[in-house]
Design a protein around this ligand. Structure first.
Ligand code: ZN
Length: 54
């Protein structure tokens, strides 16, 4: 049995914080509000700092 000195708890905390920052708070990440496309995130469910004209 090999035990690695990893810190999953710490990494998980960082990931959760990052995710909470990008998830649209208006629709809660669903991309829809009242059956319509969320105007806050354009239906992506996430808030991006930079606009990607894809
Ligand atoms: Zn939204």
């Amino acid at each position: 049995m090999i035990r690695q000195h990893t810190k999953p708890a710490k990494q998980a905390t960082v990931t959760e914080t990052e995710a909470a920052d990008t998830v649209c708070r208006k629709c809660g990440g669903t991309g829809e509000v009242d059956g319509h496309v969320c105007p806050q995130c354009k239906g992506t469910g996430r808030i991006a700092e930079l606009v990607n004209p894809a």
